[in-house]
Write a new protein. Structure first.
Length: 439
């Protein structure tokens, strides 16, 4: 896994990069799941009939790797129900009927933050998680010995096709990002900040450089990276930024780095300024079935249908709905699915865009190996998985796969290599669990 190869050129399709950001109308209801983050779901702390306001806590974090959840509209709780997530896992969701007034909870006040402990506590209370898609509770990343942090890397690569919500953040929310960086320097002593942006996002690069020039407390650099997928992958980004390799099973902090998505950074700044927890997201709404693609500011819990409606509706029945981009996005069963904390885009793809090409036999060309960021051998992994060969899968380091999909993208035989890698990782996990139970 020591190979960090140049990646692939995916079609950009950044249709919304220069479109105005629109704020959607207040939806009639929002459905807010308790599991919008990596780790244990939050526990609902409201019941049917309760009145809530914007920023009222409705879910309490359950454990260290968990995150609080807040109401995104004011109104009445009408259901606390089981909710089936797009990955097939069940959780609980709180459904709120909006009163249309968006009244703010009286408890919302800016936090007092002057120490590392106060900063970590504030970020924990904000409900902020990784907003680039991962959903890892952000306060956990910051809850480390500050002396271990050599570099703060801000991920503005946004390498997925269609998605531009991070780019819009860097163009329009530099004040929030600046506020957060100054607090991170003051409380954690962070002195070296590198903002990574692909070189095809000229407006974002220019605005981030203007912001960097304003900050004198710490050294802020803006680094332009080649516009190649998967440039935004955390391990790839760290290597291309500071030349350090994160071993399998390790984290960026193990090589002296903390990586935050640019929208996550902006959310931290907004919370520190206002005390309003994470209750809304800027979401790219695009795909061939969308009449008027835009970036939309939406309350968390608003349905896909609500967002499509504020983008002129759908031109045709979509063949596939996705959370996120087409490379690593998750298929959504229907347009009632809600905006989550880590939803950076929703795509409504046409039959042509969602067409699954015919699979043919592997021709042993090696394209999947040559483009894998970690130098894995997906075709060989596929054969080992078909044989249910646990030892071979371990030797082939299948667990190092970041599931970026470059192997499937370049495969001339159109084989579902990344899907097979995911299944192989799950198979290996299950087999190890069996061994532990039988030991």
């Amino acid at each position: 896994m020591a190979f960090y190869l140049p990646g692939v050129h995916t079609p950009h399709r950044k249709h919304t990069q220069n479109s105005p950001v629109i704020r959607m109308e207040i939806p009639k209801t929002v459905t807010i799941p308790m599991a919008m983050h990596i780790g244990k779901p939050a526990t609902p702390v409201v019941k049917v009939g309760d009145l809530v306001k914007v920023g009222t806590k409705i879910g309490q974090a359950d454990g260290y790797i968990s995150s609080d959840v807040y109401a995104s509209v004011s109104g009445k709780v009408i259901r606390v129900q089981e909710f089936l997530q797009s990955n097939g896992a069940a959780t609980t969701a709180v459904v709120i009927e909006s009163d249309g007034e968006m009244k703010v909870d009286e408890a919302i006040v800016p936090p007092v933050v002057n120490t590392a402990e106060e900063l970590v506590a504030a970020v924990k209370n904000s409900g902020i998680v990784g907003l680039g898609g991962a959903g890892f509770p952000t306060y956990v990343k910051l809850n480390v010995d500050p002396a271990r942090i050599e570099y703060l890397i801000i991920n503005g690569a946004e390498c997925e096709p269609y998605v531009t919500s991070d780019t819009v953040t860097m163009i329009t929310r530099d004040a929030d990002m600046e506020y957060a960086l100054e607090a991170l320097h003051r409380c954690l002593g962070i002195s070296e900040v590198i903002i990574d942006i692909e070189n095809n996002k000229k407006d974002a690069v220019a605005n981030m450089r203007r912001m960097a020039d304003r900050i004198t407390a710490c050294n802020v650099q803006v680094k332009e990276l080649p516009a190649k997928y998967p440039q935004g992958g955390e391990k790839v980004l760290v290597y291309h930024t500071v030349g350090r390799t994160i071993p399998t099973g390790k984290l960026p902090i193990d090589v002296g780095c903390v990586v935050l998505n640019c929208t996550t950074l902006a959310a931290i700044g907004a919370y520190l300024r206002t005390g309003m927890p994470l209750v809304e997201k800027c979401v790219t709404v695009d795909g061939g079935a969308v009449a008027e693609p835009h970036n939309v500011i939406a309350p968390i819990g608003a349905s896909m249908n609500d967002l499509f409606a504020c983008c002129g509706g759908l031109k045709e029945e979509p063949a596939k709905l996705l959370y996120g981009g087409p490379m690593m996005g998750i298929t959504v069963p229907d347009a009632q699915a809600p905006v989550l904390k880590n939803t950076n885009a929703i795509l409504a793809l046409t039959k042509k865009e969602a067409r699954i090409p015919k699979t043919t036999p592997c021709i042993r060309c090696g394209a999947c190996i040559n483009t894998c960021p970690f130098g894995l051998a997906p075709a060989t992994i596929a054969r080992a998985f078909a044989a249910k060969d646990v030892q071979a899968l371990e030797e082939l380091s299948v667990e190092a796969c970041m599931e970026c999909g470059t192997c499937s993208f370049v495969c001339p035989a159109n084989r579902p290599l990344v899907q097979t890698n995911k299944l192989a990782k799950q198979f290996l996990k299950e087999e190890r669990s069996k061994e532990e139970r039988n030991a």
